[in-house]
Design a protein around this ligand. Structure first.
Ligand code: NGO
Length: 540
């Protein structure tokens, strides 16, 4: 017989939940005032099971009756201003859809409580406890509370994400979640060079990343087709080099104030910005802007195609390093984050000797401004600086020799960020019929994107060298936020889960059910996604 929860008679359900509440010993008279007589009776909706969260939490212990939000619920915060800001972020999500006032108050008990305490939470972990008397989020840091808020969102019905009042009940299943990330680096990259995206578009993506506890936004700020960040000492980079893009559109660039806005918006979502200036290849926009950067002193025309590998900074000229120094100095000053990405991929027009010379000179410049170098994994073919991270973007079938070069560097202390292109390059088409995207790394359906283990991916690389996972989104074929979202969803949450969740939770069959439950949330948020046939989306 098929069972359907919704067919249980209402009286039996009410009695059942009263019994559960009483059994939990938490029934307090008057805790939840009866709705006013005039209000329409809210339809019953089953609470989202505690184990429906993406990324999968480290530990889930369901139990006891749910908590129900009411008109009387308060959001209680104690601790520094940052905790209050996380509380305000939460009320900003809950008020429009519930229509409840949800006052933000200091201390007290009951309602939804955000609370810092010393404990074994780590830098980003949290605990969520839900019972009829209230929901308490506890963490050691505001970042942990923020991640806990993302879990809390997913435990409410999908309609909580709508921006107009929804008349329904809002319950959070009873139990406890204890959670912390597997990896400290959980990234997404956005290529704003091939097509330019505005501050508002980047902020929209940041909000989407935060839903899945991604904490690093790598911005690919320069490439052959465009230079996207104003550098005061080299103004033509943005003014001229930024004024085009793939296909010949008008391009664009961020003023330094724009960039600061992105950085601070990201920080409000506990996301660190990792700026990338790709060097020594992928530099046509810079070479077109300043003839003196070219070995022959002749500036090439600006470039709007998609073939790459033809440009190189002039490794033998001193002005090259003066240029790099100025750019890195300004960018480092604008960036509170720890990292500065120097690219280093596809330097096909730079000899190997020149590449090594260039990296030997440029990495100390980055260190001199207090930043840690990240480079694409070709950096491991030179001399990665102490503490540098290499970002692996090979394929499953990349040659054993190339993988071994990266693994050897990892054994010698270089940390790795994993972005295997035939797994987590979000710009790869899902199927041959995907309307945008590239295919050079293959077709990457949702399962393929999720079904690998970062800890065991690269033969010979010690587990401790793996710092995390990043999902790059290159924009040769992407022009709008709708394009970004269609390629990122539903694969981005899988990459985020690989970065956050313990390996023991990894299971495609369980994941696809949790992922399916995200669909109605994306609908409510206005995110258009690829309805992969591999995922059992709810009907409707
Ligand atoms: C490669 C290449 C990029 C392309 C991208 C497209 C890296 C690190 N370099 O990835 O220039 O945009 O593929 O998928």
């Amino acid at each position: 017989m098929r069972r359907n929860r919704r067919t249980t008679p209402r009286t039996a359900r009410v009695l059942g939940s009263l019994l559960l509440v009483a059994a939990a010993g938490a029934f307090t008279v008057g805790a939840a005032p009866a709705p006013p007589k005039t209000a329409p009776a809210p339809p019953r909706t089953a609470a989202v099971p505690l184990d429906r969260v993406v990324p999968a939490p480290a530990s889930v212990t369901p139990g006891g009756a749910p908590y129900r939000l009411t008109r009387a619920t308060a959001v209680r915060v104690d601790g520094p201003a940052a905790v209050r800001r996380v509380g305000a972020y939460l009320t900003g999500i809950l008020r429009p859809s519930t229509g409840y006032p949800l006052p933000l108050t200091d201390g007290g008990s009951g309602g939804i409580r955000l609370h810092l305490e010393k404990g074994d939470y780590g830098a980003e972990g949290y605990r969520l406890r839900s019972a009829p008397s209230g929901v308490t989020l506890t963490a050691g840091t505001p970042a942990g509370l923020f991640h806990g808020v993302q879990t809390l969102r997913q435990l409410l019905p999908a309609a909580v994400e709508k921006r107009t009042v929804q008349h329904q009940s809002w319950e959070i299943a009873g139990g406890t979640i204890e959670d912390r990330p597997r990896y400290a680096y959980r990234g997404a990259m956005l290529d704003v060079a091939r097509h330019f995206f505005t501050v508002a578009q980047v902020e929209r993506y940041i909000d989407q990343l935060a839903l899945y506890k991604v904490n690093e936004l790598h911005l690919h700020l320069s490439d052959d087709q465009g230079w996207r960040i104003a550098i005061t000492s080299w103004p033509r980079l943005a003014d001229y080099g930024g004024a085009t893009e793939v296909g010949g559109g008008e391009g664009g660039s961020y003023t330094q104030a724009d960039y600061r806005r992105i950085v601070s918006y990201a920080a409000s979502r506990y996301v660190e910005v990792v700026p990338e200036i790709d060097m020594p290849g992928h530099t046509n926009a810079a070479l077109a802007s300043y003839a003196r950067l070219d070995c022959d002193g002749v500036a090439p025309p600006r470039y709007t195609g998609t073939e790459v590998g033809f440009s190189s900074l002039c490794v033998s000229k001193d002005v090259t390093y003066a240029f790099v120094n100025d750019v890195v100095k300004e960018l480092a000053a604008l960036t509170p984050g720890r990292y500065l990405h120097i690219g280093g991929d596809e330097a096909h027009s730079t000899s190997h000797a020149d590449y090594v010379t260039f990296m030997d000179r440029v990495q100390p410049i980055v260190a001199g401004y207090g930043k840690t170098v990240i480079g694409w994994h070709q950096l491991t073919g030179a001399h990665p600086a102490e503490g540098a991270l290499a970002q692996y973007w090979g394929l499953d079938d990349t040659s054993a020799a190339e993988k071994e070069q990266v693994a050897r560097a990892a054994r010698a202390g270089t940390g790795l960020i994993l972005s295997p292109a035939d797994r987590v390059y979000l710009d790869m088409k899902y199927t041959k019929d995907t309307r945008i995207g590239l295919t050079w790394a293959g077709l990457v359906e949702v399962r393929r994107s999720y079904d690998w283990d970062p800890g065991a991916y690269l033969p010979g690389a010690p587990a401790a060298a793996i710092k995390g996972v990043e999902a790059p989104l290159w924009s040769e074929t992407l022009k709008t936020s709708a394009d970004i979202e269609y390629m990122a969803f539903p694969r981005l949450p899988g990459a985020a889960e690989l970065g956050w969740s313990p390996a023991a939770t990894h299971d495609w069959n369980g994941y696809k059910v949790r992922l399916a439950a995200q669909g109605p949330r994306w609908d409510a948020l206005g995110i258009g996604y690829y309805r992969s046939p591999q995922v059992p989306w709810p009907h409707g």
